[in-house]
Write a protein that binds this ligand. Structure first.
Ligand SMILES: [Zn+2]
Length: 372
């Protein structure tokens, strides 16, 4: 599956093409050349041809699909206390999604070995016979150096700094391995639900705060830490120390971890960020006030970025995204403070993809790695 064949398969897998004519138009290859390669992909059982495609008059074309037996991708979205795990087909359609408790504070080796065992377990239970695993990927809740697959100076991930996550996971599988920051994967997964929006900021509001950036339709990684807004200074009174060792970072006031700490100090039993959203849904005033303040602080940081990048949409995901006052406060800050031209058609909304966004993003980037 390399070169032109991989390119054609990717166009079908991502839903951009379903006929030889569309493949020829999008790839720039001659129709005869496309037909030859499609026949090879059909013979190799990587593509199948079925039913009738979208007709524009004349004979109804048959529709090309990636074969459900072409392969599987095993992907994980790793959080501080839970991981979502999935098996996807090469088109990114989940065969199974499960959430299992885990603890990244046990360190990288224990966590990644646990993950590999969980993947093996899912494959045993859910993989159709004879369908090969083609790639493995995971998010991590910290900055990742894209050149090495190592985590670099993450907050709240003791023992993970500089750990070669991709190499360690790769030792379990002789396959392409993807390791990427969680907000980046969420952005890639979310982007497919926003057709026509080429520039997206996808905020992950969970235990931490992250932001993934889609520019001109592609993930913008920068040097690996692009979009990391958690350590922007938002106050000047040194009233809260951040996990990074500096005072007054956004994360120290507005992250799920900070909100849980503040609510626990007031006697509330909160164990995960979703508990904060649940208190807000129950109209608990202390929780609502804290979340509204968090949204305002996040919104004020985003005003700078909105003026600078001019995105088409800001999408809020993560386990705090269900708290409506968070979104309203972000909207209020951005609409009030940004330039009119930047906000005129700007949409600020909750995730359309839901909790599986990072898993779908992992599948999308992993397919690129498998076909590279
Ligand atoms: Zn910090």
């Amino acid at each position: 599956m390399r070169g032109a064949q991989g390119d054609l398969l990717r166009l079908v897998a991502t839903g951009q093409a379903e006929s030889r004519a569309e493949l020829s138009r999008l790839s720039g290859l001659a129709p005869s050349s496309v037909s030859l390669r499609v026949e090879e992909l059909l013979d190799a059982a990587l593509l199948v041809e079925e039913g009738a495609g979208t007709s524009r008059g004349g004979r109804r074309p048959r529709r090309l699909r990636v074969s459900p037996t072409a392969g599987l991708l095993a992907v994980a979205d790793l959080g501080a206390h839970h991981a979502r795990l999935a098996l996807l087909d090469l088109s990114g359609v989940p065969l199974v999604v499960e959430e299992r408790p885990c603890d990244i504070a046990l360190g990288p080796e224990a966590t990644l070995d646990w993950m590999a065992a969980a993947f093996d377990d899912l494959l045993r239970s859910h993989a159709p016979p004879g369908v090969p695993l083609r790639g493995v990927g995971t998010s991590v809740p910290g900055p990742v150096d894209p050149a090495t697959g190592r985590v670099v100076s993450p907050s709240r991930m003791p023992g993970w700094n500089a750990f070669p996550v991709a190499d360690h996971l790769g030792a379990h599988y002789d396959l392409p391995v993807l390791v990427e920051n969680d907000a980046n994967l969420m952005a890639v997964g979310e982007a497919r639900a926003w057709p026509g929006c080429d520039n997206l900021m996808v905020l992950k509001a969970g235990s931490g705060i992250g932001c993934g950036l889609i520019v001109e339709g592609r993930l913008h990684r920068g040097r690996g830490a692009a979009g990391d807004i958690s350590h922007v200074r938002v106050r000047a009174d040194s009233s809260a120390m951040c996990s990074c060792g500096h005072p007054d970072c956004l994360e120290a006031y507005a992250s799920g971890a900070a909100l849980m700490g503040a609510l626990a100090d007031q006697g509330f039993a909160v164990h995960r960020p979703a508990d904060v959203a649940a208190l807000v849904a129950d109209a608990v005033p202390e929780a609502t006030a804290l979340v509204r303040n968090a949204g305002r602080l996040i919104g004020e940081v985003l005003t700078v970025l909105v003026n600078f990048i001019n995105p088409d949409a800001i999408v809020v995901g993560g386990s705090l995204s269900g708290a409506e006052p968070l979104i309203s406060a972000v909207r209020a800050a951005v609409y009030e403070r940004c330039l009119p031209l930047a906000t005129r058609d700007l949409e600020i909304a909750v995730t359309r993809t839901g909790p599986d966004a990072a898993l779908l993003g992992a599948g999308s980037l992993l397919l690129d790695a498998v076909l590279a």
